[in-house]
Structures are given as structure tokens and as C-alpha cells.
Design a binder for this molecule. Sequence first.
Ligand code: A4P
Ligand code: MG
Length: 160
Amino acid sequence: MIPVTSYVGIGSNLGTKRTAIASALSYLDDRRSIWIERVSSLYETLPQGGPKGQPLYLNAAAKISTTLTPFDLLARCKEIERKLGRRPAVRWGPRIIDLDILLYDTLIVMSKRLTIPHVLLHTRTFVLQPLAEIAGRKKHPVCAQSMRSLLRSCNRLQYH
Ligand code: A4P
Ligand code: MG
């Protein structure tokens, strides 16, 4: 398969967050089926949703090339989360590492196990900020707005 470009969102709000993110990136970059092309800065963000009193998150986004199908990429992300010690817990609860497939080329996937683009991508500054840094002009395949423009809309909503 010819490699396609995909974007992965990364979040951590437990343990040594920076180290967990660095380890996740190095596991992803296996150079057989996934190549990391670019990584955003790390952003410290307030937890959105989930139980009250959670620690702050570190969030980032990575541009990858991959020969994996979307479902195989999801399986790889889940495997890496497990390797780094993530255990099943409450939805949106604190986590050592979270890997979300944000975009996979211009593909739209809507299934029980996988939604691409990530279902809340366009509403979350903690996702859009790192993504706009490395893919500002990239268009959302459903609403056709660029990541930069979605981030601006999100910021506007938060200030009103
Ligand atoms: N799934 C469906 N689509 C995808 C996709 N595109 N990428 C399914 C990855 N997974 C996808 O995810 C639950 C299930 O979603 C998976 O089994 C997969 O089949 P999970 O990672 O096990 O659980 P979760 O992360 O608690 O749920 P979810 O719905 O993925 O939550 P989010 O959207 O990841 O949000 N606040 C800040 N500041 N920063 C954060 O990073 N993250 C969350 C979690 C909440 N608040 C946050 C942050
Ligand atoms: Mg997730």
C-alpha cells in the first residue's frame, strides 16, 4: 500500500506526561508501517469533560505517513496505549496516554469502533491548537474548513 498521511492527537494527564508522549511517539515511529513526519509543540491544557479535579493535560499532534488501514492504525494506537500502562477507566477520566486518529487522508469513516475525522475534533481547542500548528491549511473532510479556521471559531466561541 502507498503510504497515506494521517494525523494523530496525543494527550496525557497522569504520571510523567512528557515522557509518556515521547515514548508513544517512538513506538508509533516503527519505520515499517508508520513514519512520523512532524510533531507539534506540547500544549498544557485544562481538562475538558470527565470527572472533576483532574490534573492538567499535555496535548500534542503528530503528522504520520502510514501503510496501515484506519482500523489497523486504531489497533496499533490501542496497543501502544496498553504498552504504556493505560488501563480501561471511566470515559474522559485521567489517562497516562490517549492516542486518537484525528484525520486519515481525506477519508470519512463512521462505524461503531471508529469515527474519522475524530468526532469532536472541530469543537476542541486542545486538539485544534496542536493540529493547526502542523496542518493549518488542511481541510476538515466533512465541513471543508481549514484547521486554522476551525481553531479561530472555537476560540471565538470560548470568549463569548
Ligand atoms: N474511537 C472512535 N473513533 C476513534 C478515533 N478516531 N481515534 C473509539 C481513536 N479512537 C476512536 O476511546 C474510546 C473508543 O473510541 C475506542 O475504543 C475507539 O474504538 P478511549 O481512548 O478508550 O476512551 P476515551 O479517550 O475516554 O474516549 P474518547 O471518546 O476517545 O474521548 P476523547 O475524545 O479522546 O477525549 N481534555 C484535555 N484538555 N485534553 C485531552 O486530551 N481528552 C479527553 C478524552 C477528554 N478531555 C480532555 C482530553
Ligand atoms: Mg481517546
